[in-house]
Design a protein around this ligand. Structure first.
Ligand code: CXF
Ligand code: ZN
Length: 371
């Protein structure tokens, strides 16, 4: 029979999203239907729209969904109809990394998040009789309803009962990635210096988390002064415009080097310069998306001799069941103040919302679905 919904359909890089009526499958075992209240927009949505991440089209994007559970499939026990939930990335739950609480590195990440299909190859959504790619990050939340999975849905704790879902939705990707990189992947220590390169949602998430961890100094680098101001308001102790030789300024401020350098830009020259600033035993964490052909040039003696680590980071090593609750607790207590980074757009202004995110006018556009 199926479940009807309205979804934003992406047909090509240069056609606007159009909101169309679709039919979702009834939930299978381990799946559930969420009435979507809001969904954040992330650069990965843009990367798929622009074919930088190739998934066939038409496709329903959206991977920072939040809403209310409507219906659960067989075996789903940790949430029930009526529960408020945040939806994040999906994982298989049955590989060496899922088994050791590292689901962002799931061996089956692609089929569960980036195939546009269920991991078994079946479609989850149709327009009339025609299948459409969906199940993006196990959700496809640019829609009024989404078919999600037991593993990628987190129940909103009662401490956040008063927080509207449009404010909780964006926790499931960029903010979590930045915060997780600091609190999990690099496990930043109190009193140690960190520099964050790039102050979008991921970089600002990292800065707020660095303040929670007690890092000192907390240095933010970006090309936009307005972003640096946001960074300062959220915990950066020093801000340097990238156009004004930030590397020399950081070297002067931290003559012993940085315990942590965190790159969200994906720019080869920024990463190589940041490596030169890392102190003995320091960590350079990489989260920015780089052109696929880029190769880093790092001095091997400096890497080995200093016991330095260069680590790739996905999703901030977040085990979402647990970590998202932790972030919500920080938010409720005022320690993770991301609310000012959000601008809410009505669902039917999705194209305007994308534009506001791409132009840099808004750090985190969030779509609000009609009630
Ligand atoms: C992802 C990458 C894999 C883990 C969760 C977040 N990034 C999305 O934009
Ligand atoms: Zn994302």
């Amino acid at each position: 029979m199926g479940i009807s919904a309205n979804a934003a359909i992406c047909r090509s890089p240069d056609t606007p999203f159009t909101i169309e009526e679709v039919t979702l499958d009834e939930p299978r075992a381990g799946e559930l239907v969420v009435r979507i209240a809001a969904c954040g927009i992330c650069h990965t949505d843009m990367a798929v729209r622009d074919d930088h991440i190739p998934i066939p089209k038409p496709i329903i994007l959206g991977h920072e969904g939040a809403g209310t559970v409507e219906q659960v499939g067989e075996g789903v026990t940790h949430v029930k109809p009526g529960d408020r939930v945040i939806i994040s990335f999906n994982s298989c739950g049955d590989c060496p990394n899922c088994d050791t609480d590292a689901p962002t590195y799931c061996y089956n990440f692609g089929p569960n998040n980036f195939s546009g299909l269920r991991a078994d190859g079946s479609h989850t959504v149709h327009i009339g009789e025609a299948p459409v790619q969906a199940n993006f990050f196990g959700q496809s939340s640019f829609a009024t309803r989404a078919l999600a999975h037991e593993r990628n849905v987190v129940k909103v704790p009662t401490s956040a009962a008063d927080i509207p879902l449009e404010q909780l939705a964006p926790l499931g990707c960029g903010l979590m990635t930045g915060a997780g990189a600091v609190l999990r992947s690099m496990a930043v220590r109190k009193g140690m210096p960190i520099a964050v390169f790039g102050t979008g949602a991921v970089g600002l998430g990292a800065i707020m988390a660095a303040k929670i961890a007690g890092a000192d100094p907390i240095i933010a680098v970006d090309v936009h002064d307005a972003r640096l101001e946001l960074a300062r308001e959220r915990g950066a102790t020093h801000v340097f415009n990238a156009k004004g030789d930030p590397i020399a300024k950081i070297a002067e401020l931290c003559p012993q080097g940085l315990a942590y350098a965190f790159d969200t830009t994906g720019l080869k020259s920024v990463i190589e310069d940041a490596f030169g600033l890392v102190a003995p035993k320091g960590i350079l964490g990489l989260v920015g998306a780089s052109p696929p052909t880029d190769m880093l040039a790092l001095n091997e003696s400096a890497l080995m001799g200093g016991g330095k680590r260069v680590i790739g980071i996905l999703g901030g090593d977040s085990n979402i069941q647990g970590f998202l609750e932790e972030l919500i607790e920080h938010h409720v207590a005022g320690r993770f103040p991301y609310e000012g980074l959000i601008r809410v757009f009505p669902f039917d202004e999705i194209n305007e919302a994308f534009h506001a995110g791409e132009s840099g006018e808004v750090v985190k556009p969030v779509l609000k679905m009609p009630e």
